[in-house]
Design a protein around this ligand. Structure first.
Ligand code: ZN
Length: 298
């Protein structure tokens, strides 16, 4: 046991803002700052200045993507094909590593949040679970058999297809690649474009929520059948509308129709589909958990 607690840097990198923090756990977050996402040069320089002014033993980056999380790959640590202007093919982890000269962990924002929930939040003690964010975008990550989900690249759960009845919902979808994929139908952007007001301004009785719950429930039922998760954690700005949870749980139970014979689904749906234990800190604490892992401490 070291005499002083370690000092990990975390970067939760989003399309509109970066959150940088130093700490070691939810009870030990010493410093935090927000940086607008502008150009890569400017944004990463500001992150580097923040960490240079504080001593850190390792840095974890939980980033928007798509990105390359595969250490042996020549483009490991890069943001790859993102449509975000200026950010495609940016060596994110390498730039941070060279400037700070400490170990750097790098993964998707949702895998980072999943790791944070595993370490300190709603997924403690589980080995197979999902973390899905429903916000400006939609994405999913998680652990399978105790390992963060990677493969060819990393999961893109926001871009699966769910049934859309155009007689009920004629909206063409907001995804620039697929139109009416899950993200295209359920993101905060999609809600605002479909109804003309931001999600936060739609009252709980608005038909938007029944539609939202129905699409998300189809996705969750598909994930439950595909990955057999022990829990599905739903975070992100849209899920701040907590009345969505009971609507989604009821619809998932209805879609699965008793087929998955396990008490987690049959009797404890309120735990099976749950909000993040770390609230809106999953992302930044997940980045700190990635740093902890990169440092070799865990
Ligand atoms: Zn899509």
């Amino acid at each position: 046991m070291p005499l002083t607690s370690p000092s990990y840097g975390g970067i939760e990198a989003g399309g509109t803002k970066f959150v940088c923090a130093v700490g070691a756990s939810p009870g030990d977050l010493r410093d935090e700052t927000r940086i607008d996402t502008t150009t890569p040069d400017e944004t990463l320089s500001r992150c580097i200045d923040f960490f240079l002014a504080r001593e850190v033993d390792a840095v974890g980056i939980a980033s928007f993507g798509p990105l390359d999380p595969d250490p042996p790959s020549p483009t490991f640590g890069y943001i790859t094909t993102t449509p975000k202007p200026g950010w495609a093919n940016v060596d994110f982890a390498g730039t941070i590593q060279r400037a700070l000269n400490v170990p750097v962990g790098f993964d998707t924002d949702v895998n980072g949040a999943a790791l944070g929930e595993y370490r300190w939040g709603a997924a403690q003690g589980l080995d197979t679970f999902l973390y899905l964010t429903v916000g400006t975008g939609v994405g999913g990550g998680g652990l399978v058999n105790g390992k963060l989900m990677h493969g060819l690249i990393h999961p893109e759960m926001g871009h699966i297809r769910v049934p859309q009845d155009r007689a009920v919902d004629p909206y063409q979808g907001a995804c620039p690649y697929h139109g009416n994929c899950l993200e295209g139908l359920t993101s905060g952007v999609a809600i605002e474009k479909r109804w003309g007001v931001p999600a936060s301004e739609l009252p709980p009785e608005h038909p938007a929520w029944r539609l939202e719950a129905d699409y998300l429930a189809h996705a969750l039922a598909n994930f439950a059948c595909t990955l057999s998760p022990q829990r599905i954690i739903l975070g992100g700005g849209v899920m701040d509308q907590s009345h969505l949870f009971p609507m989604i749980r009821e619809r998932v139970a209805n879609l699965l129709n008793g087929y998955i014979q396990n008490a987690a689904i049959l009797d404890r749906m309120d735990e099976f589909i749950a909000p993040p234990g770390l609230g809106n800190k999953s992302g930044v604490l997940g980045a700190i958990a990635l740093a902890e892992r990169a440092s070799g401490e865990r």
